[in-house]
Design a protein around this ligand. Structure first.
Ligand SMILES: *Cc1c(COP(=O)(O)O)cnc(C)c1O
Length: 363
């Protein structure tokens, strides 16, 4: 049997995440899951799972809308099996096969895969060279991206893997200039202290995507949500389909949003403090980490594949990225409890040394 021809080119996702003692590769909440969520998870075992969940997670949508504020109503919220599900569903809802999805490079590794899965054409526009003033995210090449005349524009703020925030003026330039849907991925907005929720009232083409996988500590549960004007949210919901948030996930996520905000805020603050401490430690090793508004630090580094392999041999994993525009090879390090970060810092100098030696031997 032959699948659709375009599927020949669709890869299976493989971030090469083999088990390791200390895993700083995926930006999840390394402090664990929030306490009320854990209780709800246990209680759900008693309730059982013989019946179907709600069709479109209405209780979760109501709870999210109440927590988000900024005039967001339940009809402006759509949930999914992770925010990945929402990115995929939004592409299906707003672009037809052969339409263009454009994203700034670098950005989230799943975007080209979802574009391919939906038969869309993916175009990446490299960031422009940063000048001294550009720490705020002005490096996104707005004119070049708008020139793609894309049906869907994808932006991530803060960006993954760089950690850079997106300047509000840059976001507005996109929204003012785009004829298509603008997907703003706010997977790390909780760590940035800024978000664009208020703009959904102003811009009918804006879809903000959020996740319970990072600050909220529930990656294994697979819950994400998106916020947009009601007709956009409805289209994404139709594309997503019924029953995509399972009964356990809906229950646990609802309780977390309702009761765990304080725990989450406390751990966001810890992550930010450790992020800044990690950046300072990296600078004292003569490295130059990029400024980050997320729960990870991206640090340019030669031979990064070899460095990450050498780190793994020492029981620590961080994610290597090759040849990022204007950054070069870089290591993305998730921030967690300080002893985990310290383990990375302890292993890093000798891992860099090993990587250099190997490089010399090869030549
Ligand atoms: C981790 C991540 C996601 C995926 O989140 P899920 O809700 O777990 O699917 C989406 N976007 C970005 C930029 C991420 O880093």
């Amino acid at each position: 049997m032959r699948a659709r021809a375009i599927y020949d080119a669709v890869p299976l996702y493989d971030p090469k995440r083999t088990p390791v003692d200390i895993d700083l590769t995926d930006n999840t909440n390394l402090w664990g899951m929030p306490p009320h969520a854990r209780e709800a998870w246990r209680a759900q075992v008693e309730r059982g799972i013989t019946r179907y969940p709600s069709l479109y997670a209405s209780e979760l949508k109501e709870t999210l809308a109440a927590r988000l504020g900024h005039g967001i109503t339940p009809s402006m919220v759509v949930t999914g099996c992770g925010s990945d599900d929402l990115l995929d569903s939004a592409m299906r809802a707003f672009a037809a096969p052969d339409d263009v999805v454009a994203a700034s490079l670098p950005s989230f590794a799943m975007i080209p895969i979802f574009a391919q899965m939906n038969g869309l054409r993916y175009t990446a526009v490299p960031e422009r060279a940063p000048t001294g003033e550009d720490a705020d995210g002005a490096v996104v090449d707005v004119p070049a991206l708008l020139a793609q005349d894309a049906q869907i524009l994808y932006l991530s703020a803060p960006n993954n893997p760089t950690g850079r925030p997106l300047a509000r003026a840059t976001l507005r330039a996109f929204l003012d200039g785009s004829r298509g849907l603008v997907i703003l991925d706010e997977a790390y907005a909780e760590f940035a202290g800024e978000h664009a929720l208020a703009l959904v009232h102003e811009y009918p083409q804006l879809l903000i995507v959020r996740t319970m996988s990072k600050a909220w500590g529930l990656a294994g549960l697979r819950v994400g949500y998106a916020i947009a004007q009601p007709d956009v949210a409805l289209a994404v919901e139709k594309s997503r389909g019924p029953y995509k948030v399972n009964a356990v996930a809906e229950r646990v996520a609802t309780v977390a949003v309702r009761d765990d905000a304080e725990w989450v805020t406390t751990h966001i603050d810890l992550a930010i403090a450790n992020r800044e401490r990690l950046a300072a430690e990296l600078r004292s090793l003569s490295l130059s980490p990029l400024p980050s508004a997320a729960n990870f630090v991206c640090v340019p580094m030669a031979n990064v594949e070899r460095v990450s392999a050498a780190l793994r041999r020492r029981g620590v994993a961080a994610r290597p990225f090759a040849a990022l525009p204007h950054v070069g090879d870089a290591l993305r390090i998730s921030v967690g409890p300080w002893p985990m970060v310290q383990a990375l810092l302890d292993a890093l100098p000798s891992a860099i040394h090993d990587a250099q030696e190997e490089g010399t031997n090869v030549r």
